[in-house]
Write a protein that binds this ligand. Structure first.
Ligand SMILES: Nc1nc2c(ncn2[C@@H]2O[C@H](COP(=O)(O)OP(=O)(O)OP(=O)(O)O)[C@@H](O)[C@H]2O)c(=O)[nH]1
Length: 463
């Protein structure tokens, strides 16, 4: 029944009611394996038969059986490889991976982050390339001397040396890397200068020697696609400008139309190959960025609550300890332990226990919203909140607010001898880091306070 209405309502899968979405494969419309949740969050639903196939077999099957275009095959392959992403969402990197980026563009904040990453990632490439470019540019001087004679040669030498001076200027700034924002404009200026210079030299050279090689223009374009770490759109723009200049200069220089046409066709196809390669490189670079960032987040995150895990906490505590010492401010640590949690598990079951921990985690995460604060699940039913630049009195108040907020969640706890609802005990410690003081001390103080809070009857804050 669901399948029949589904077929009738096609071709707009997104307008289908949830039951129908759940029932239909994106490719063939047959009942699928994946849930409506994963379908609506960007994954591609697959019928049982398609899900059983992998790799080449899957492509062949889709293409031959259903006549699907390149787009469908791409979606089927990408979605089947990234099906695991549903387990770690919501997360901006996972969301973007699942959504795709065929147009080589992420959503706004991620796009900025990627560009900064790509810039840092390509600094070394840019440095090597600019030196290499200068070397090759000057090596072509031999071709000029060999194929062109004076007085035209002098004009070529002026252009070649002029471009070389510009390359040295840009190269120096690129090697120093004092102004990261200038790296892309400097790369574009270097490529542009070489492209326009080469186009002018070739057009002038053809005036005297029709065999003067024009392929140097293509070398410059290939450098734009592969050697300077430009994004595809930047490489395409500068290459287009270089080709335009080449066509214009040759036309002004009087190159026969048939030869100009042949040369341009060759250069265009060379650029096409470069652009496809550059697209694939950028696609992979973006994928690497998303996956590596996602892995970093997952490695530092507690999978149940989404809070920081112990590893992330240890690293951050050591870092903040040093910073607090430099800035001469206090660090506060609130150690929180859920009261009678074993009894909660025993009474309501492990799944309910997990949900309760998630609720406690959400309350804690609300209390650590400033950039240098952090909420952590240390393990089991033990949590911590690290607060930067906060004194003992305020830290105690924050602990009390936390305890109250957890109690206000009103999670019934029939197995507790402390209260009718789930509660936490909080141990608070506050220290101003000094020379020779280890950050373990903060932890020890908070642990002792927590022990006292438990010993004095639980559901309370001890500083
Ligand atoms: N549901 C669930 N339970 C967990 C998890 N991690 C640890 N636990 C349970 O948490 C319980 C902790 O028990 P205890 O260490 O005895 O602490 P408690 O019962 O809270 O006693 P007090 O701290 O003295 O109030 C154990 O039963 C663990 O199985 C988890 O991820 N999910």
């Amino acid at each position: 029944m669901a399948k029949a209405s589904c077929r009738r309502l096609r071709p707009s899968p997104n307008s289908l009611p949830d039951r129908c979405r759940k029932a239909c494969c994106t490719v063939c419309g047959r009942p699928c394996r994946r849930s409506s949740r994963s379908r609506t969050t960007g994954g591609v639903a697959l019928c049982a038969k398609l899900s059983a196939l992998t790799g080449d077999k899957l492509v062949t099957h889709v293409a031959s059986r259903y006549g699907g275009g390149l787009l469908s095959i791409y979606e089927v392959l990408v979605s089947s490889h990234l099906a695991w992403l549903d387990d770690v969402r919501p997360n901006p990197y996972a969301d973007q991976l699942a959504k795709g980026y065929r147009r080589l563009r992420f959503s706004a904040p991620l796009e900025q982050e990627y560009r900064a990453y790509a810039l840092r990632d390509s600094v070394e490439l840019k440095r090597v390339s600019i030196v290499f470019a200068l070397f090759v540019w000057m090596a072509f001087l031999m071709v000029d001397v060999w194929m062109i004679s004076a007085p035209l040669l002098y004009l070529l030498l002026v252009i070649r040396l002029g471009v070389a001076v510009l390359l040295v200027f840009c190269g120096r700034l690129i090697l120093l890397n004092r102004h990261p924002r200038l790296m892309v404009p400097l790369s574009l200026a270097s490529i542009g200068a070489m492209g326009l210079g080469a186009a002018a030299i070739i057009a002038i050279g053809h005036g005297q020697n029709p065999f003067f090689p024009y392929e140097g223009v293509l070398l410059v374009c290939i450098a734009a696609y592969f050697l300077v770490g430009l994004r595809l759109v930047e490489a395409l723009a500068i290459s287009f400008l270089v080709l335009l200049a080449y066509g214009l200069f040759e036309w002004l220089g009087g190159l026969p139309a048939e030869r100009l046409f042949n040369n341009l066709v060759f250069l265009l196809f060379g650029n096409l190959i470069g652009a496809v390669g550059c697209y694939l490189l950028e696609f992979k670079s973006r994928q690497h960025f998303l996956i590596s960032r996602l892995m970093r987040v997952l490695a530092d995150q507690d999978s149940l609550t989404g809070l920081h895990n112990r590893r992330s906490f240890n690293r951050q505590l050591a870092r903040l300890w040093r910073q607090a010492q430099r800035e001469e401010v206090e660090l506060a640590l609130l150690l929180c332990d859920v009261d009678h949690f074993k009894a909660y598990n025993d009474h309501y079951g492990h799944q309910a226990g997990d949900r309760a921990l998630q609720r406690v985690g959400a309350v804690l995460s609300e209390s650590a919203r400033r950039p240098l604060d952090m909420a952590v699940r240390l393990g089991g039913e033990e949590f911590a909140v690290l607060l930067y630049g906060i004194g003992a009195t305020e830290a105690h108040q924050r602990g009390e607010a936390l305890r109250q907020a957890v109690q206000d969640q009103q999670l019934a706890h029939a197995g507790s001898s402390t209260a009718a609802v789930l509660t936490i005990s909080v141990g608070v410690a506050c220290l101003r880091p000094q020379d020779g003081m280890a950050f373990d001390l903060l932890f020890e103080h908070a642990d002792r306070a927590l022990y006292e809070a438990k010993a004095f009857g639980r559901n309370q804050v001890v500083t």
